[in-house]
Write a protein that binds this ligand. Structure first.
Ligand SMILES: NC(=O)c1ccc[n+]([C@@H]2O[C@H](COP(=O)([O-])OP(=O)(O)OC[C@H]3O[C@@H](n4cnc5c(N)ncnc54)[C@H](O)[C@@H]3O)[C@@H](O)[C@H]2O)c1
Length: 273
């Protein structure tokens, strides 16, 4: 039986681990080949470990184990020129590009008075401009092929409802909600759909590092206990990354050929009040 994205090619940023890796595997399970990028060094602006080349190699191994092809490279989403060259190399090898998952992102969190101009700029540069860079790198081959496509921007529950202690992060993720809708309107005539996904808390290295003891939740709650638990999932437990990958697959597939400009919350209900 043909997979739900059989013989399509997906470009995924932040693919070395967490939700990016889960999406690479899920799309490959349903027949897609993958162009994968992530960083291979610690980003100095980010107060927790970012991905390594070994993490990206593991994603490659998992995709290849499923019998799908993968072109992987290390690249920072702030580097627009390198993104374009990775996409070009991927399309040259895999033959096409249909799906984009702009997933790379960082969470530099804490109460409002801990936000610095450096952390604000790094968050906007990576989460917002890096996402724009990703879409801009992917559009030329998608438009040239004329087959349409599906672009998915990973925002956050905090792109629909602001959370406490996430000032820069919420600002960047709200911006992505608007960016997805603007791109969606303008690209609809070329049958390119653009949607945003809004995860609640997901079981990934980001959530592990940012919610560790002494982290932003503890410091924020100590100052302002009334705000604890905003946007929490109504469903019990911490969401596995595969649940977001399932939503990404749905939006990537032709099952959603008439869904565009949509902000899809996958958050156990947390933003739906
Ligand atoms: N985990 C959560 O609870 C949660 C909730 C809502 C939204 N999100 C969003 O989901 C996306 C995926 O996060 P995750 O949970 O898998 O976390 P993660 O930290 O495990 O994965 C993010 C990946 O992005 C990569 N990355 C960061 N900066 C980059 C850059 N400048 N260039 C290229 N790659 C870069 C990291 O190296 C990492 O591999 C992010 O956009 C995040 O903001 C996460």
């Amino acid at each position: 039986m043909a997979g739900r994205v059989e013989n399509k090619v997906a470009f995924i940023t932040g693919a070395a681990r967490g939700q990016g890796r889960a999406a690479a595997v899920r799309l490959a399970e349903e027949g897609a080949d993958i162009i994968a990028i992530d960083v291979d060094k610690q980003l100095p602006e980010v107060p927790y470990p970012t991905a390594t080349a070994e993490d990206l190699a593991e994603t490659v191994r998992l995709v290849e184990k499923l019998g799908r092809r993968v072109v992987a490279d290390t690249c920072d989403v702030r580097d627009a020129a390198k993104l374009a060259s990775v996409v070009a190399a991927g399309v040259a090898e895999l033959g096409r590009l249909d799906i984009v998952l702009a997933n790379a992102g960082v969470a530099i969190l804490g109460p409002w008075h801990t936000v610095t101009s450096e952390s604000m700029r790094a968050t906007v540069d990576i989460n917002l401009i890096g996402t724009w860079n990703t879409v801009m790198a992917a559009l030329p081959p998608i438009l040239a092929a004329g087959n349409g496509g599906s672009i998915i921007l990973t925002s956050s529950a905090n792109g629909l409802k602001a959370g406490p202690w996430t000032l820069a992060y919420s600002a960047s993720k709200y911006a992505l909600t608007g960016m997805a809708k603007s791109f969606a309107m303008e690209l609809a005539k070329d049958r390119i759909r653009v949607n945003s996904v809004h995860p609640g808390a997901v079981d990934t290295p980001m959530a592990e590092f940012t919610s560790a003891p002494g982290g932003f939740i503890e410091t924020g709650t100590a100052e302002n206990p009334n705000l604890l638990g905003m946007c929490n999932s109504w469903l019990p437990g911490l969401m596995p990354a595969r649940e977001i990958a399932n939503a990404v697959l749905f939006l990537a597939s032709d099952e959603t050929a008439w869904i565009t400009g949509h902000a899809l919350a996958v958050d156990g209900g947390g933003t739906q009040y």
